[in-house]
Design a protein around this ligand. Sequence first.
Ligand code: 5GP
Ligand code: ZN
Length: 171
Amino acid sequence: MYQFQETSSGGTMGESSRHCIFCEIVHGAGEASICYEDASAIAFMDIQPVNAGHVLIVSRDHYESLNDVPPAVAMHLFEVALHLGPIVRQLSESDDLNIVVNSGEAAGQDVFHYHVHLIPRRTGDGFDVPLPFHGSAMPDRTLLDAMAARIIAELRDPVRRTRASRRVATA
Ligand code: 5GP
Ligand code: ZN
């Protein structure tokens, strides 16, 4: 029987990863229709696809979300999505795609092993990423400018930035 083990290259195998279905798939203990593999990523067909050709691109190491996935791994998964995109478009006979990351419970993440969705889209398929959000009013320009200024201030202050990312990591 498959035993969960410490990962060799930085992934964390904490409480949440012990029963991680994507770790099982990565380690060959769970059934999946794999369509791409390399040293740090694996891609397989979503078990409940929006449309035929819906692919999940998954890190081999267990990271829960954008809060703990190393930037290089996140970038690599996005590169794999871009690499697979034209093939999925061709096979699904649709030019349209969503590349989606749900990071965290409030953002709709269900499987807490970081992954990227590559979703071929068809007109009238009923799926939606509803932006702009109908429940939201357009804020005054001063509010948009104030938030942009706060982001710029954070970017300019590496000490504050480090503190902020530590706060996120320990929250
Ligand atoms: P999330 O909401 O976490 O972004 O998306 C999780 C995705 O994983 C869903 O689209 C769901 O259909 C898919 N999924 C959940 N369990 C399995 C599984 O055991 N195998 C495969 N291939 N996909 C799964
Ligand atoms: Zn996992």
